[in-house]
Design a protein. Sequence first.
Length: 221
Amino acid sequence: MSINESERSEKSSARARWKQDPEGVKANILAVALEEFATNGLSGARMDEIAAKTRTSKRMIYYYFGDKETLYLRALESAYKKVRQGEEQLDLEHLGPRDALARLVEFTFDHHRNNPAFIRLVMIENIHHGRYLEQSAKIKSLNEAAISQIELVYRKGVAAGVFRKGLAPLRIHWLISAMSFFNVSNATTFSMLFGPELQGEAGQAALKGDVSESVLRFVAV
């Protein structure tokens, strides 16, 4: 097969994928874009590079998402959606309040650790002063649901007499996020300054336990 025939075959296959599974194609684009934006930032990411690593073409990326800034925003939304969907699947309503809160803490710690691109993207968005995040009603809605989930667990704990009264669920969310986020965002500099032992499996397991214990002590009666 000649080079031209090969290119035509690849384009034909790509068109078939677009028609048969457009949602899958868009999900693939967003996954690749997330990594590229997290690695290179909004200004440094190149649409050519993103297209080269997807199962589609640059033309179709523009067709689906319009421009680079819109693609960045959609990737940001996709990243937040992933963590919130994970929280929804924890089945917390069937657990006691302490176990439910501990499970949520451990999920957040593990999610952040296993998704460093999400952490980098959030850091980049902070550099942009939340310029793109504030444009997204979807992200705001997703995060309102996260606070509502903590509120349900917290109220259950107060009613059971195991959580102290007077705490805002937002403060609990802040505490969980702060420690889980720092574990990833500052891993390189912290390891350079104090040694890498906390980044190993044993160190991470210990830190996850520390974060869970800290949050549970914070809310305890």
